[in-house]
Design a protein around this ligand. Structure first.
Ligand code: ADP
Ligand code: MG
Length: 287
């Protein structure tokens, strides 16, 4: 039988906007020693601003228009941000044959012309010679009609409570705070450094994130538990693989919420330390 105080604990957590899907997760949460975070939308706001455009022949506004159109069928934070930068109504009838490649970018036909927007991995995959860009930022390379058309530099901002969230986890005795991301190395390292993460792994495809979590699961002791925190569609496999999957509910995708064991009703990362503290208190009462 399940002790009553588990229910009290679950009830107490829910008042804080922390939904725990079962009493067994309370116990796992209380033993968490590693907390692994996805970057975009979890530690950062996932709202990118355009802060540079470089192109070959096209006008800036034309490159942004192609970017917004090719991205129009995607729900990735990058897509939403490029559509916002374009700022005009998008005529979806101009866009056909959309193909989104997770961790790479997106391709489609815009007005019947082949357009691609994504990172260096996507350009390599399409055999497009691109110009290296050394700005610290997320670089969206664009190819139009099979040739390189330029790139758009976008950047995301760190959530106001992320640094405090990492500090409170450390204070609560968490051994390792890790950041995983599909984004570029320079961006990832600058975010990780400013947050005081113990480890950072970048340029990962969704499958690489699962492998990284498996590696971490292997090095820790059996008793210590690993939590993964994410919000995206791509995060569902990692959320399931971790000892405990925590989804950020406010911005999160349905797939992530479904795969998670704990759902945070808002997207404040401070709630993770809070959830761990509530679970420990609840476990102390039970045993
Ligand atoms: P994260 O790990 O930060 O959540 P993703 O795995 O979703 O990031 O994406 C990793 C990288 O793949 C992005 O930083 C971007 O370079 C590229 N990418 C993914 N989706 C898109 C898209 N719709 N448009 C352009 N680039 C994309
Ligand atoms: Mg993500």
């Amino acid at each position: 039988s399940i002790p009553l105080s588990f229910f009290a604990g679950i009830g107490g957590a829910s008042k804080e906007g922390i939904l725990v899907k079962g009493s067994n997760y309370m116990e796992t949460l209380s033993k968490t020693k590693y907390v692994v975070f996805d970057k975009t939308g979890t530690l950062t706001q996932g709202v990118f601003e355009v802060n540079g455009i470089h192109h070959n022949e096209m006008e800036d506004s034309k490159l942004i228009e192609y970017a917004a159109l090719v991205e129009s069928a995607s729900s990735h934070p990058i897509s939403k941000s490029l559509q916002k930068a374009y700022g005009k109504e998008i005529d979806r009838s101009r866009v056909t044959e959309t193909q989104e490649i997770s961790g790479n970018g997106i391709t489609a036909k815009v007005d019947g012309i082949e357009v691609a927007a994504g990172n260096a991995k996507l350009m390599n995959r399409l055999n497009i010679k691109y110009i290296e860009c050394h700005h610290v930022g997320t670089i969206i390379h664009m190819a139009i009609n099979g040739s390189y058309a330029g790139h758009i530099i976008i950047s995301d901002i760190i959530k106001p409570h992320s640094a405090e969230a990492i500090r409170s986890l450390k204070k609560a005795g968490i051994e390792k705070a890790v950041m995983l991301t599909g984004d570029a190395k320079a961006v990832a390292e600058s975010v990780a450094k400013s947050l005081g993460m113990d480890e950072v792994y970048s340029e990962l495809l969704p499958g690489d994130k699962v492998s990284k979590v498996e590696e971490l699961l292997n090095i820790k002791t059996e008793k210590a538990k690993l939590a993964f925190v994410g919000d995206g569609i791509n995060d569902a496999p990692v959320l399931s693989r971790a000892d405990i999957g925590i989804a950020m509910g406010a911005m999160g995708s349905d797939a992530a919420i479904e795969a998670a064991d704990v759902v945070l009703m808002d997207d404040n990362p401070i709630k993770i330390a809070k959830a761990i503290k509530i679970s420990r208190k609840c476990i102390r009462i039970v045993y």
